[in-house]
Write a protein of this length. Structure first.
Length: 74
């Protein structure tokens, strides 16, 4: 029986982001991915407005209790 040991996540894009910049018109956008005690952050896209594209992949080792963990993208 095959049991997965890792998960690959491809971050492609984000849209409809809340504007939080100091000038109220842009963001410095990035994505944080959490899985158990593992964390990955994409590169920062400064001056982002409506649509942001990354096309960045991460690979995370699945924790032993992977069935009870959440994959969280922020």
């Amino acid at each position: 029986m095959w049991i997965p040991t890792h998960v690959q996540v491809l971050v492609r894009s984000a849209k409809d982001l809340k504007i939080k910049g100091k000038d109220g018109t842009t963001n410095n956008a990035f994505v944080t991915i959490d899985l158990g005690h593992n964390r990955f952050e994409t590169s920062v896209k400064p001056g982002s407005k409506e649509l942001v594209e990354w096309y960045e992949m991460c690979e995370m080792k699945l924790p032993r209790n992977a069935n009870s963990q959440n994959l969280v993208l922020m």
